[in-house]
Design a protein around this ligand. Structure first.
Ligand code: WT7
Length: 644
């Protein structure tokens, strides 16, 4: 079947599923549209508030406040409130380590006890309400423990994904001026180890705000400990006070900062606050994943990305769910690792990314057939558009044809899921994220700022504020305004293209800015270019995202070397290493093309559109009349042979 043909088939919710679904009445869409504030207030009441709000929404674009005057604590909601509701002995986290059989479980009471102790550790290190804490940990229980401990005392956390380099870590620490860094000796993944403590030491050479480092002993690898600055997690925990009541935070106090790539080189510190964010992720977890009391829920993301923040930590735990947390990779020690985990832990809900599905597709179904996946009842997708063929394969082979698939569109900035099916209500079309969640108002605008009603394509916007919305960019309100609000005034510009079909379904077509999406990870072309140009042999670089069967997009770098340097394999390796060092391994270019020239406009702007088409081998390069020197195209075509 071709991609077009598969698109014709639609999938109504399976009857049995629909009959038991958490949301069964499609009238909820209309109800939420009629009075969105009342709708969200109703959802917020599922949470524990020390004091209820005076006003649901205060909106003065682009400033927004939700649940004004309300007092709440996210850690309290994920722990104490769950224990109060009788979930003290319920498993909160099932942790599965990189090595099969290395597992650990924590009940809600146990998790609460660890969090209270670590909150006291942070306090003893001088962390006060409002002080950001940087966290650079592998996927181990200490990661959510550290986050919830921060939330408990009102210290915003800034989690840095473990694959980021020392450089990237340093920039993120310096931007938020954290005084404490929480890390580990090293992080095992897929049988390899990331030297987190060594990276931290390197980052800290130039991060003067950090006074204390807490180090989890994960592997026992030898690390150097700086007297007076570095402390072992287990030693501090052994002496910590067991009780730490949760601070009554303002609904609009910062819960966390999470750095994400933008279209310029510098990462953006996306700020999420407490009451609205928690309401958004709590409700979407409940409704989109149709969470039931006894479910085992597994989101395969790393907590270092927003997906993990919202749908491993805050959404599921504030719903009292049992969350599976996995440290490793799909291929270690064998290619059936995920299916083995699903079978052994009887996983009911699986939330993953299209890139993983496509990688499995390539391997065929033999690994899946070796395992009993009958516990699965719902499948989710996130991170990039899922092509219909991958959707179908996921549905048929992983879900055995019986599980609804929810394709969820959202962003670090949106905090929670925005466009998605409701599994008991929505008839799905493979490849479409379907409709905005109740209480979310998505629209499509053309470049001139006209709204496109009905069928059509253009830029995706959100027309009304939503509770999980980013509030600002940390210490950079100007950039916040420019990036999201300048283009259209009072609607949020998402940076994605979208099409709406005859049924009002949304089809996300990908980024419209200079952001690349590789395996669901957002990478800025400008950031990779600046890393490359940082190498002494590089004169100029242009980076683009080329369509890739498996990873969605792949990074291709066009590089002009300084006179005298030769563009060979060795140089290409060196440049990849350079990007790894400056940003992290996930940002390494798949291909490096050495060229004597780049296509530019007369004003000197690199025309990436032309590079993109060239790299995909397209004959038609579109409009080339604005090129300063049209002959550059032939030069590039000639050099495409000399790839590395
Ligand atoms: C960008 C946001 C949200 C968590 C993961 C990534 C793309 C995300 C989908 C989807 C099509 C998607 C968009 C978006 N994206 N989900 N279901 N269908 N595209 O978060 O790193 O902030 O990236 O990921 O392009 O703008 P992020």
């Amino acid at each position: 079947m071709t991609e077009e043909q598969t698109r014709v088939r639609t999938y109504p919710p399976p009857e049995e599923f629909a009959a038991r679904a958490n949301v069964r009445d499609a009238g909820i869409y209309e109800e939420a549209a009629r009075d969105p504030e009342a709708f969200w207030a109703g959802r917020a009441r599922r949470l524990h508030w020390f004091r209820e709000w005076d006003e649901v929404l205060r909106w003065d674009p682009p400033e927004v406040q939700w649940f004004v005057g309300g007092k709440i604590n996210a850690s309290y909601n994920c722990l104490d409130y769950q224990v109060e509701q009788g979930r003290g002995e319920k498993t909160a986290i099932i942790w599965e380590g990189d090595e099969p059989g290395d597992t650990r479980t924590l009940t809600y009471s146990e998790l609460k006890a660890e969090v209270e102790k670590f909150a006291n550790v942070l306090k003893s290190l001088g962390v006060r309400r409002g002080d950001p804490v940087s966290i650079y940990l592998p996927m181990i229980p200490e990661l959510p423990i550290a986050m919830l401990a921060c939330a408990r005392i009102g210290a915003p956390h800034s989690v840095v994904f473990g694959a980021f380099s020392a450089n990237s870590l340093r920039d993120r620490i310096n931007d938020c001026e954290a005084r404490v860094l929480v890390t580990a000796d090293s992080g095992p993944r897929g049988g390899k180890r990331t030297p987190l403590k060594a990276n931290s030491d390197e980052a800290l050479e130039d991060a003067p705000s950090v006074e204390n480092v807490v180090v989890v002993r994960r592997t026992g690898d030898d690390v150097s400990m700086v007297e007076g600055r570095d402390h072992w997690w287990h030693e501090l925990m052994a002496g910590a006070d067991p009780e730490c009541p949760a601070e009554e935070m303002d609904s609009e106090d910062i819960l966390y900062i999470l750095y994400s790539s933008g279209s310029t080189g510098k990462p953006k510190g996306i700020v999420h606050t407490t009451g609205g964010y928690l309401t958004h992720v709590n409700t979407t977890t409940d409704w989109v994943f149709d969470l039931k009391e006894d479910d085992i829920y597994w989101c395969t993301a790393d907590i270092g990305w927003v997906t993990g923040h919202s749908y491993i930590v805050y959404g599921p735990l504030s719903n009292g769910a049992t969350v599976l947390m996995f440290e490793g990779t799909p291929a270690y020690p064998a290619s059936d690792r995920w299916w083995d985990i699903i079978e052994r832990h009887r996983v009911n809900i699986l939330y993953t990314a299209p890139t993983a599905i496509r990688a499995f597709m390539k391997q065929g179904t033999a690994d899946i057939e070796k395992h009993d996946l009958s516990s699965l009842r719902l499948l989710g997708s996130v991170g990039e558009p899922i092509n219909p063929r991958a959707w179908e394969w996921y549905h048929e082979h992983v879900g055995g044809g019986r599980c609804p698939v929810v394709d969820t569109w959202w962003q670090t900035e949106t905090g929670g899921i925005m466009i998605t099916p409701l599994p008991g209500i929505t008839t799905t079309k493979p490849g479409s994220a379907t409709r905005p969640f109740p209480g979310i108002f998505a629209g499509i605008y053309d470049d001139a700022g006209n709204e496109i009603e009905g069928e059509g394509s253009g830029n995706l916007v959100i027309k009304r504020p939503w509770p999980g919305m980013l509030r600002t960019l940390y210490k950079d309100p100007q950039r916040y305004r420019e990036t999201y609000w300048e283009k259209y005034g009072d609607v949020y510009f998402a940076g994605d293209g979208a099409r709406r079909d005859e049924d009002g379904y949304f089809w996300i077509t990908g980024r419209v800015d200079d952001v690349i999406n590789v395996s669901g990870h957002r990478i800025s072309t400008a950031e990779v270019e600046s890393a490359l140009v940082g190498h002494p042999s590089v004169a100029e670089a242009a980076v683009i995202g080329r369509h890739d069967e498996e990873t969605g997009q792949a990074i291709v770098a066009y590089v002009i070397l300084e006179g005298g340097h030769e563009g060979n394999d060795e140089m290409a390796q060196e440049l990849r290493q350079q990007v790894r060092k400056v940003i992290g391994a996930h940002a390494r270019p798949q291909e490096i093309i050495f060229t004597p020239d780049l296509p530019k406009t007369r004003s000197g702007k690199i025309m990436r559109r032309i590079l993109r088409r060239l790299s995909e081998g397209q004959e038609d390069l579109g409009d080339t009349t604005t090129l300063a020197d049209p002959s550059v195209v032939e030069t590039l075509r000639a050099h495409a042979g000399g790839r590395s």
